[in-house]
Design a binder for this molecule. Structure first.
Ligand code: SF4
Length: 69
């Protein structure tokens, strides 16, 4: 099971993640990104979001193993 986490301390709300994977990420009203939906996440889009995050705030896990971020 895929688990996508955002480091709320380092996220600066740039919105790059929501640009690359809008089905997965959204910047909430408090200016910090949240994960919307992991079920429909396309790995390709998630990888673009991870690579595009200016603060390396996104990490992707599968069964407790860090895949990237
Ligand atoms: S790309 Fe990174 S810094 Fe920008 S909103 Fe998403 S998680 Fe936060």
């Amino acid at each position: 099971m895929l688990d996508i986490r955002i480091d709320r301390e380092s996220c600066m709300g740039s919105g790059n993640c929501a640009f690359w994977a809008p089905e997965v990420f959204e910047v909430a009203d408090d200016g910090v990104a949240v994960v919307l939906d992991v079920e429909d996440a396309r790995l390709e889009d998630v990888r673009r979001a991870v690579d595009g995050c200016p603060t390396q705030s996104i990490s992707v896990w599968s069964d407790g193993v860090l895949l990237g971020g």
